[in-house]
Design a protein around this ligand. Sequence first.
Ligand code: CA
Length: 362
Amino acid sequence: MKKYVIIALIILVAGSMIIYPMLKNDPEIETEMAALFTFEENLAAVDGEVVPITIQVNEELTKLELYYNDSLLKTWKNVSSDVQFDLEAGAFGVGTRYIVLMATHNDGTESEDQRLVRVLSDIVPEHLFAESVQEYPHLTSSFTQGLEFHKGQLYEGTGDPSNIGATLLAEVNLITGEHKEGRKMGLDAGIFGEGITILNDKIYQLTYKNGKCYTYSLDPIVITGEFRYSGEGWGLCNDGKQLIMSNGSEELTFRDPESFTTLRTLQVYDNKGPISNLNELEYIDGKIYANVWMSDMVVVIDPNTGKVLQEIDARALAVKGKGNGDVLNGIAFDKSTGKLYMTGKYWSKVFEVRFVENMPLL
Ligand SMILES: [Ca+2]
């Protein structure tokens, strides 16, 4: 019997340790706060919109400060009743922002309230379709993760989902679809290749979860170095000066090609919300083209604002070229001809494409 009493006591003590902190976080108890926002978490606003907000003040405060995206917007002194503020939601562009209240009480102590604000794009993307102009063969063994032209030659980087050492970097013969002999390099199983790009005669190849970006010389194609980064590597392209990298979220990271350090980040949004799963990338005429993983969509992004300008529906290509393959992935622009190409992972075809206003015949 004594044993059961001890067990019951243990359950009681352990249970109270779990329940007490839950009670402490009960939102109803927070209404005691000296100052708080009257709107709920996850406020959605549109870039350019002015959002009137009300700050509820429950006691006399010596100081009340309002921060947005870590910048001080306004300070009120000796405030004892509710205050209004017109928030310029898009002051820091589209994306996820935080708005923070810092209240200083009469006894010198401070309390804080915080809300998340999502700033959506004010642009409704133009909707276009990708249509095949010309078909070329593609190796169905290639799990395409990077596709790019350099001086009129096509390069491809592949991944290794079966962990069999299928990661490759190769120059591709566009006409035959074959990897050119003596112009390819494979990596061991355990290294999962991702996006590639070529800048200053150096090839960069990301890895999925290995945290490494390999660099290769162009001729011969051999590894010359590596950079480390945190998080996942997905797509890669460059604007002629900086590397632009995706990581599976809605965020793009601009990096220094010499040091790989982060120069800036960009959140990609359309008029409805963030566009996550950004995958293979291509920089064409001042815009970033991005495959959206698990979809037949490509989004065209303004690299200065992160706003989606166009959405390109490429489902007609999937019908013709996917076969038993995986998702659409791979965009490459040949500057020497002005032609644009698209393919997918394990697809049987690479397509030269053009964008049209109406759905192509399937
Ligand atoms: Ca590309």
